[in-house]
Ligand binder design. Structure first.
Ligand SMILES: Nc1ncnc2c1ncn2[C@@H]1O[C@H](COP(=O)(O)OP(=O)(O)OP(=O)(O)O)[C@@H](O)[C@H]1O
Length: 568
């Protein structure tokens, strides 16, 4: 609405003066940008270069009503994630379009009937338009819709709906039935080879990340029978799925078979669906389809499409979120147990698997399926004071090892156990194991617990870690890490081990991995640069890592731990 648009503009202007009357420095610092909210035309907004991201979000909250913590601001496909950072550090300039992505959806249920009488149900954000609904249908409709063309129409009450019309404006009645004709492009190619389905996940940017570019789905039902509604994707038949994963899949199948359709989560930046058990009373799993990740083709939250295949965080790929979710679970070994088949590991990543799942009762989608963990909210809802040191440290160890680029407070669930102690549950690992350290951020970095030393038990666990074994383990499960992701894992594991051995705290180590400001490289980035400058072109990876190791040692020598290392 007009009033909202106007509210953005004059906020910096004194009513009696025009913009031209601004005093020198303020005028120079003022930047006119456009804020793009899904389903509405971009609106002008004037900010100062010195404004922090948090203050821009606060203004958006004041004028648009979206709570600060539920906003993600995206410029050129990358999130402006640091709330304390001035906008000028992100290089925001006149005319830039800032995309607002709301992590909280305003969902609307829509019933759709095809010409041949088939019925579908969708949940769509009210702020999306008809064009978006069509693109969703194009992917999620069934084979009947295959032969239909792009210009097929959606109709409501005998009226043809225009592409730009908002879902909110179509009808006020909740039971709106929209008649449609639409085509269905393929997203993931499947091919029948003997009794198996060979699936190629379409990710043109970085195919080498999936072994042989294809994945074998083992049919859970005998050949000729109906496919199971959820099937784990198993690349290596020798890799056993943990019993927790199998149990979770079985209960989610029971829920689907009893007719309980997965419910879309109101929270999250991508498509996140809660699957129920056979009673329909309890959430048992969380399904995140590959094609609905932030910046992927069918993202339901209004994320702009990625233009170059890079994900919302630097050094990650759109379409690989599910692999990273599974990798985080696989690499979260239980103490003393590196093999597959473990339940919950040292850091408590919920059991997670790559699956093909029936979506909305008709088409299949690929994605990650994670055990639903009962919780009392996330760290976004409470201060960190009540969290036990051990709980914070287990998250810190995970984030440092995996160079997690998305550890915000909403991605740590809190469960209050009996006796009121809090357990922390790390979720959402779609942006771990990046190709570079640039976007590493750790919510816990400034929590007091991060300044405590690791316990002996944690130090023993850290000592047992081995990046080479981890890379092999992922390969065994079918994910061949790209050389740059493997390098990041090797260096972060090396730093964690060296730091812990010297008595450094999670804060000390985390500060080496995270940039202090957006535009200043982190210590680890400087160390890598120094090593790159020191070695000759064509040097082996091993020699390069030795060089990194020496530079880290030198850096840590100059680092004075808060307490002397143990045993010295
Ligand atoms: N394993 C889980 N158990 C219980 N709840 C979960 C689990 N995974 C996700 N959720 C719930 O779903 C919401 C969205 O999930 P998630 O954070 O993984 O999504 P996302 O799209 O990657 O988004 P974002 O990082 O922007 O929040 C979470 O805030 C949480 O409430």
């Amino acid at each position: 609405p007009m009033t909202d648009d106007l509210a953005f503009l004059p906020i910096r202007f004194d009513g009696s003066r025009s913009a031209h009357c601004f005093s020198g420095s303020q005028l120079q610092d003022s930047i006119l940008i456009f804020l793009a909210v899904p389903g509405a035309p971009p609106m002008p907004m004037s900010v100062l270069g010195t404004d922090s991201i948090a203050s821009v979000k606060l203004r958006i909250q004041r004028f648009k009503g979206f709570v600060v913590t539920k906003q993600r601001l995206v410029l050129d496909g990358h999130e402006l994630a640091r709330n304390n950072c001035p906008v000028k550090d992100y290089g925001l300039a006149d005319g830039n379009v800032l995309h607002l992505v709301i992590r909280l959806a305003d969902l609307r249920v829509i019933n759709i009937e095809t010409a041949s009488g088939k019925k579908f149900q969708f949940q769509v954000d009210q702020s999306r338009n008809v064009k978006y609904l069509k693109s969703k249908l194009a992917v999620e409709g069934d084979e009947d819709l295959d032969s239909l063309e792009d210009d097929d129409k959606l109709e409501y009450d005998g009226e043809v709906l225009e592409d730009h019309q908002l879902i909110a404006d179509i009808s006020n009645k909740d039971d709106a039935v929209i008649h449609l004709f639409i085509r269905k492009p393929a997203k993931v190619r499947t091919q029948q080879v003997d009794k198996d389905t060979v699936v190629t996940v379409d990710n043109p940017q970085k195919k080498e990340n999936l072994q042989n570019e294809s994945v074998v789905v083992t049919p859970a039902k005998p050949a000729g029978g109906k496919p199971a509604p959820i099937e784990p994707i198993v690349v290596n038949r020798k890799a056993k799925l943990s019993s927790e994963v199998m149990k979770m899949i079985d209960s989610a199948i029971a829920g689907l078979e009893n007719g309980y359709t997965p419910v879309m989560s109101a929270e999250g930046s991508g498509g996140v669906y809660f699957m129920q058990d056979s009673s329909g009373q309890k959430n048992v799993a969380v399904f995140k389809p590959i094609d609905e990740e932030p910046m992927a083709e069918n993202n339901p939250r209004g994320h702009p499409l990625s233009t170059d295949g890079e994900g919302m965080k630097r050094g990650t790929r759109v379409g690989e979120g599910a692999l990273r979710e599974v990798a985080a679970y696989i690499l979260d070994h239980a103490v003393g147990d590196r093999e597959s088949g473990h339940g919950v590991g040292f850091s408590g990543v919920p059991p997670t698997a790559l699956v093909r799942s029936l979506h909305r009762g008709k088409s299949f989608k690929f994605g990650s399926l994670q055990m639903f963990m009962e919780n009392d909210g996330s760290c976004e809802d409470m201060g960190p004071r009540a969290f036990p040191v051990k709980e914070v440290h287990k998250i810190a160890v995970l984030d440092i090892r995996l160079a997690n680029a998305d550890r915000h407070a909403g991605n740590i669930l809190v469960s209050k156990e009996e006796g009121a102690t809090c357990k922390l549950i790390p979720i959402d690992h779609g942006y771990c194991l990046p190709e570079k350290f640039e976007d590493c951020t750790f919510e816990w970095l400034y929590w007091p617990q991060a300044r405590e030393r690791f316990s002996d038990e944690t130090i023993a666990y850290i000592e047992s870690l081995d990046a080479e074994e981890d890379i092999k383990l992922l390969r065994f499960h079918g994910w061949e890490l790209s050389s740059s992701c493997a390098r990041v894992l090797r260096i972060s594991t090396m730093l964690l081990k060296k730091g812990a051995a010297r008595g450094l705290t999670p804060y000390d180590i985390g500060r080496i991995l995270c940039r202090e400001t957006v535009n200043r490289d982190s210590v680890i980035e400087d160390i890598i640069q120094e090593a790159e400058d020191a070695v000759l072109p064509g040097t082996s990876e091993n020699l390069f890592l030795e060089t990194v190791s020496e530079i880290i040692d030198r850096h840590l020598l100059g680092h004075c731990p808060r307490h002397p290392p143990q045993g010295t």
